[in-house]
Design a protein around this ligand. Structure first.
Ligand code: PLP
Length: 368
């Protein structure tokens, strides 16, 4: 098998030391294991800058979408109404979840290269007092845009509504003072900026609101309140926990601390991202999102002018030489994406951009 590094936004490239944790089959019922879960929960609160008096962390089996679905279907009651602010596929997935669960919801859709506007959201909340909850994605991985959850959180709090944030591809890589920004529920997963492997999502929740959600869940397995009640007692997961993933995650959290925490990781990601955009620009390849809103996680690029290659030709060429990139997901333009999170450093960015240059040269040569 040929090895390559992932320039995709999760799963992403992890360290060997994180992967090595998965070589041991850990027992789930003993105190050692439950203690690992409790430590993870405690440290997640620290990363979120919140206190355990007001917030709690709940781990949930499954990929990131399971976490989003768990929150939306557990805390939004039958007499509540949700305003979903969407500017990409992950915001739209929330609508899909709401639709499936029969939640009452409203859509505020923005163009994929625009951020949802806090003032407009305020006006919508004023106009419709029935709306009780507002949800939004922070880093919209569809495009790479970074939404202004701080401004929206301020408005949502001012208007007395509950704010739910999907910070899947940003938490751990972008510093988020959860309480200060008025966030009541924030969701992320093991395999994004914390640099673990896929297998569970986590939710940092305001405890009083979580308590109020008792009995509201539409689903048994995704019942956030029940999951929390069981986990809170002594660190036991309600159903089989993904033990190997949990051990790998504990190691990934340790490595995040050793790197210097979120600030240091954010610096590395931003430098990767800056370098990527600069080098691609030298090849005539430009980002879809303008620089004011471009996030540090993943970049959507337009294809260079006058090119006739397919994504899979470019993908195969680069993958054969050590890196996996990502197809585009925005609907109105031909694009591709390159992620720069995970165990990725500026030398990787230099390498992949050099490969891109070679690919363009070789391809044009063949064409001529
Ligand atoms: C990765 C991601 C998710 C979750 O996707 P899964 O495939 O279920 O892990 C949700 N929202 C955003 C913004 C993401 O980047």
């Amino acid at each position: 098998m040929k090895l390559y590094k992932l320039l995709t936004p999760g799963p992403l490239t992890t360290t060997d030391t994180v992967k090595q944790q998965m070589l041991f089959d850990h027992c789930t019922w003993d105190d050692d294991y439950k203690q690992i879960t409790q430590e993870i929960r405690k440290e997640l609160l620290e990363l979120a800058h919140v206190s355990s008096d007001e917030y709690t962390a709940v781990l949930m089996q499954g990929s990131g979408s399971f976490g989003v679905e768990s929150v939306l279907t557990s805390v939004i009651g039958t007499s509540d109404e949700l305003l979903i602010c969407a500017n990409g596929a992950y915001g739209e997935r929330m609508a899909d979840i709401a639709q499936h669960a029969g939640l009452k919801y409203h859509m505020y859709s923005e163009h994929y290269n625009q951020v949802p506007n806090a003032q407009k959201i305020g006006e919508m909340l004023d106009a419709d007092p029935a709306i009780t909850h507002v949800s939004m994605v922070h880093s919209e991985t569809t495009s790479g845009i970074l939404n202004d959850i701080e401004a929206v959180g301020r408005v949502v709090r001012e208007k007395g509504r509950v704010f739910i944030v999907d910070a899947m591809s940003s938490f751990g890589g972008v510093d988020i003072p959860v309480k200060d920004w008025g966030i009541d529920f924030i969701i992320s997963s093991a395999n994004k900026c914390i640099q673990g492997v896929p297998g569970f999502s986590f939710v940092i929740a305001r405890m009083d609101l979580l308590e109020q959600s008792a009995g509201k869940a539409r689903s048994l397995s995704l019942d956030l309140y029940d999951q929390w009640k069981t986990m809170e007692a002594d660190g036991k997961w309600r159903f089989t926990s993904p033990t190997h993933v949990v051990l790998a995650f504990a190691q990934a959290m340790k490595e995040l601390r050793e790197e210097g925490g979120i600030q240091a990781r954010n610096r590395r990601y931003r430098e990767n991202n800056r370098l990527l955009i600069e080098r691609m620009g030298e090849l005539g390849i430009h980002p879809y999102i303008d620089s004011t809103h471009q996030g540090p996680i993943i970049t959507t690029f337009f294809y260079p002018e006058d090119c006739h290659f397919t994504f899979s030709q470019m993908y195969d060429y680069i993958k054969d030489r050590g890196y996996a990139i990502y197809p585009g997901k925005v609907t109105e333009a031909e694009t591709f994406r390159i992620g720069n999170i995970g165990e990725i450093y500026p030398e990787d960015i230099e390498k992949v951009c050099a490969l891109m240059k070679n690919f363009l040269e070789e391809y044009n040569h063949e064409e001529n």
